[in-house]
Design a protein. Structure first.
Length: 565
């Protein structure tokens, strides 16, 4: 069976993509047209169906009856044999790495958002064409040949975003035997030589770590926004990235973000696209695909993405330490680590998504997974006297998936760890991965072993002495309250706004108003004013880490930086 998709932008001003689907119905009877309930790379339910307008089904000139049978399914109860045409509009006004978007300047499509499929026909071939102005150029995960995009099945189609625009920057180069294209949509002062030089560094070392690469072509499809943004999504044949501000893409901080997200997503080529949990092989787009190994698929990738930038020479020592510090600081600031293990937090992304959950409920699979990966990496180097690393484990997992042609189970990852670490692997799993706990001592031990000196420093007076973390706005909002603080017992909660300290109006730096130990805090909560009298703790409550390399003291520091393959 073949399914044809035709995209048009006649109503681009209203952010509406016209989508027409044509197929030959082989058997008279009920046909279900299904829109995906989620997208790979974001493990939560989506509301793509809320963007559908003007849905119609026709056989020739005859309009067919249909009705919804669930949130994502349109049922045609009496569909005749022969050629069937489905048409609808998709509202696309959001730009991020996993969305679809249209205006007069571009057509940007993630098929998994907006393309229905016929239930039971996931193996159907796909042919897609675009009705766009002749000056529009094309870039995507699949090449356009003779005016059409072709995919072997729906699984590949849903993994093949594309963009068409008259203003597309396209840069092609070959590195490590792979053909690359960088396609940028946005107002960017593009620096071709600089980008290519730095991309080659992490591309080469990642391929070296796995010994080969499962793809021979790869596209970095970048939406450069005028405002601050950071997002990336992995695909088999490339990645979609949204980053901004566009005019600052090659300025120091934003360029560092570009390298970081690009290295992270490229590592996903192996870790997720070809090394995938068995429960997601193949993907089931109609419902949640539960698993408990987000710490592997996202956490290890977060660690390795930065590590490979550093090992390849595209990230400085200082910046690499800054990334480790960021993860450490997030870990100690989140008391969800005492409520939910990283395994259970992996499962619960399907429960409360990627936004803020209730205070201190769970941990980040990215942060905790990256820190556990760091501990494992150091442990393996220490056990093998610098002859093996976490790369050894990931490479063996990749080779297993490649050989068997299916996903892996958590026990496979643990088996490869045990072959190197023995009982130490079981201890780390039981105490750090499968348990809701703070493991700062384990982290500090790993820092010392690899040659990183650390100290704990105050964040500010409110956070460290009184246990109240705030945002950086002029009228600060509470974003965290330490459970061992007087503020916690007094009922200070996240979301409250601090209006005054000791009778003085707060505007900007709240610490500057703290002149005595006992504190009178004026708070706004749900349009009510509340006064709390607080005393500081004798202990430092919230704190942050300061890190520096002590090079000479770390037995495996040089091997770590060079890479152990």
């Amino acid at each position: 069976m073949q399914i044809q998709y035709i995209f048009s932008i006649d109503r681009a001003q209203q952010h509406l993509i016209g989508i027409q689907i044509e197929f030959k119905n082989r058997k008279k009877g009920k046909v279900d047209l299904v829109l995906p309930a989620w997208r790979p790379g974001r493990y939560e339910r989506a509301d793509f169906a809320a963007n559908i307008l003007d849905f119609q089904v026709q056989a020739g000139k005859r309009h067919l009856d249909f009705h919804k049978t669930d949130r994502d399914t349109w049922t045609v109860p009496n569909c005749p044999q022969g050629r069937i045409r489905v048409s609808y509009s998709y509202f696309a006004d959001t730009i991020n790495a996993g969305s679809s978007y249209v205006d007069e300047q571009q057509l940007y499509v993630n098929p998994v958002n907006c393309c229905m499929h016929i239930k039971g026909e996931m193996e159907a071939e796909v042919l897609a064409t675009l009705s766009v102005p002749p000056e529009f150029r094309y870039s995507g995960m699949q090449p356009m040949v003779d005016g059409a995009i072709r995919c072997k099945d729906l699984d590949e189609w849903y993994d093949s975003p594309f963009v068409s625009s008259a203003h597309l920057i396209q840069h092609r180069f070959k590195a490590s035997g792979i053909q690359f294209e960088v396609a940028v949509q946005g107002d960017v002062p593009y620096e071709k030589k600089r980008l290519e030089s730095d991309f080659r560094k992490f591309i080469g070392i990642q391929k070296k770590a796995f010994k080969d690469c499962p793809v021979d072509r790869y596209t970095f499809l970048i939406q450069a926004t005028p405002h601050r943004y950071y997002h990336g999504v992995e695909h088999e044949w490339g990645t979609t990235i949204t980053l901004g501000p566009s005019r600052q893409l090659f300025k120091e901080n934003i360029y560092e973000d570009l390298l970081a997200v690009s290295s992270h997503e490229f590592y996903h080529t192996w870790n997720v696209k070809y090394m995938r949990p068995e429960s997601m092989w193949p993907y089931d787009f109609t419902q949640e695909n539960y698993h408990r190994i987000g710490y592997i698929i996202e956490g290890v990738t977060t660690y390795q993405g930065d590590l490979k930038l550093w090992q390849g020479g595209a990230m400085s020592d200082e910046l690499f330490l800054k990334e480790i510090k960021t993860h450490l600081d997030r870990h100690v600031a989140n008391f969800g680590r005492f409520n939910h293990s990283v395994r259970e937090s992996s499962f619960d992304t399907w429960v409360d998504g990627y936004g803020k959950s209730i205070p201190e409920r769970r941990v980040s699979i990215y942060t905790e997974g990256a820190l556990i990966a760091f501990i494992l990496d150091v442990s393996i180097m220490r056990r093998t006297k610098g002859q093996k690393s976490l790369d050894t484990v990931m490479r063996r997992l990749y080779q297993q998936c490649k050989k068997k042609g299916r996903g892996y189970q958590e026990k496979d990852f643990l088996r490869y760890l045990e072959e190197i670490l023995g009982k130490e692997a079981k201890r780390i799993y039981a105490q750090l991965i499968d348990r809701a706990v703070g493991y700062e001592k384990e982290l500090e031990k790993a820092l010392q072993r690899i040659g990183i000196k650390y100290s704990k420093q105050k964040i500010d007076i409110l956070a460290s002495d009184y246990g109240i973390r705030t945002d950086s706005s002029d009228r600060p909002k509470v974003i965290g309250v330490h459970p061992e603080s007087m503020a916690y017992e007094a009922g200070v909660r996240p979301g409250m706004q601090i209006l005054g300290i000791d009778g003085q109006y707060v505007e900007g730096d709240a610490d500057a108003l703290i002149t005595r130990n006992e504190l009178s805090l004026l708070l706004k909560s749900r349009k009510m004013l509340i006064v709390k009298e607080l005393r500081p703790s004798d202990d430092m409550l919230y704190y942050q880490y300061e890190l520096e390399f002590s090079r000479g003291s770390g037995a495996y520091w040089k091997r770590w930086k060079k890479g152990i393959f």
